[in-house]
Design a protein around this ligand. Structure first.
Ligand code: AMP
Ligand code: MG
Length: 320
């Protein structure tokens, strides 16, 4: 994974548990990475075939989840956005502003409604085995960049639990996942990064939590400035193919699942404040925090007793 991973696990089997988790993540890369040459996904994305039989459980799970995510957000979250992300240069840091024609042409390849899936179950020596029949148009490429860290974090926690670990903190490139409480039974403290460019890195928000995932999406993670001074960020609107420009500097999601929080942070970022709030009101199984470009803050009411503000925001709104 193109990211730094820290696992802090407490308990007597922590060392072998962490070893297995690290091995798992290494192997996961070989299955679900869109950028790693030779990975299973890389081969599928670059194949001249349109029909595939997928047997890798992780790839099946994340692929089906990504298509559901696209449906739930009407394409704001779009797992087929890869060819457009690539055209903007976000996959290799050779940034450029594509023409409108080029974006429209590539967006035709990102139509997730053209993808067809059928999940079958077959008997094998190891018991029942899932097989996913996938049809995708030849130019359509999947990218699980917006889900992969959350997916991995959930799986790592399963591994740690298998070893009897009851207290752990994972940091997968900014995706924070907490298992239980701290070894001394107090709650964990998680900071939300300052999303302002060139900020002095003062942590503006601290959350006091246990047993949950905290995932933040922000333009500050990857962006470029064009010759005419415009800034373009790596999170694109999956419906248009253009970098999001809706006033949100960072969107954080807090939920019991890392995968769900990862999906949410990206999706809420793309949806913008009004639609994000509507999504939350329709689901209510997570909380979120938005920091806007006027340094105003809004967060959902479930965080009221868990949030501590460490910086001066221009305004603070609690969303109900
Ligand atoms: P995250 O940091 O989890 O918000 O994921 C951002 C990454 O997801 C980007 O770097 C792209 O690889 C990919 N991506 C960008 N825009 C979208 C989108 N609208 N839907 C799904 N994935 C996206
Ligand atoms: Mg995400």
């Amino acid at each position: 994974m193109d990211t730094i991973m820290t696992i802090k696990a407490f308990g007597k089997n922590a060392a072998p548990a962490i070893e297995e988790a690290e091995l798992y993540v290494e192997n996961l890369e070989n299955t679900i990475s869109a950028v790693k040459e030779g990975s299973r996904l890389f081969i599928i994305n670059n194949s001249i075939n349109e029909n595939f039989s997928i047997t890798e459980p992780d790839l099946i799970d994340i692929l089906l989840y990504s298509l559901e995510a696209a449906e739930k957000t009407d394409g704001a979250f779009n797992p087929l956005i890869y060819s457009v992300t690539k055209e903007w240069g976000f996959t290799n840091s050779l940034y450029k502003v594509p023409s409108d024609e080029k974006i429209n042409e590539l967006m035709a390849q990102c139509d997730f409604t053209k993808v067809k899936v059928q999940l079958n179950s077959e008997k094998s020596d190891e018991g029942q085995k899932s097989i996913l029949k996938l049809y995708k148009p030849v130019n359509a490429s999947f990218d699980f960049g917006a889900l992969g860290k959350g997916f991995a974090a959930d799986r790592i926690l399963e591994i740690l639990k298998k070893y009897g670990i009851e207290s752990a903190l994972l940091d997968l490139g900014g995706n924070i996942q907490l298992l239980g409480k701290k070894p001394d039974s107090s709650l964990w403290k998680v900071g939300i990064k300052n999303p302002l460019p060139d900020s002095n890195q003062k942590i503006p928000i601290a959350l006091t939590l246990s047993d949950c995932a905290v995932v933040t999406s922000g333009g500050y993670e990857r962006y470029f400035t064009s010759e005419d001074g415009r800034t373009f960020i790596h999170i694109l609107d999956g419906r248009t193919g253009y970098p999001v420009n809706n006033g949100i500097l960072s969107a954080s999601a807090v939920s019991s699942s890392g995968l769900y929080a990862d999906f949410l942070s990206t999706s809420l970022f793309v949806l913008g404040k009004a639609e994000a709030l509507e999504y939350w009101r329709n689901h209510k199984d997570f909380d979120f925090i938005l920091i806007m470009d006027d340094f105003s803050l809004s967060y959902t009411s479930g965080l009221k007793d868990k949030i501590q503000l460490l910086d001066d925001f221009s305004s603070v709104e609690i969303l109900e």
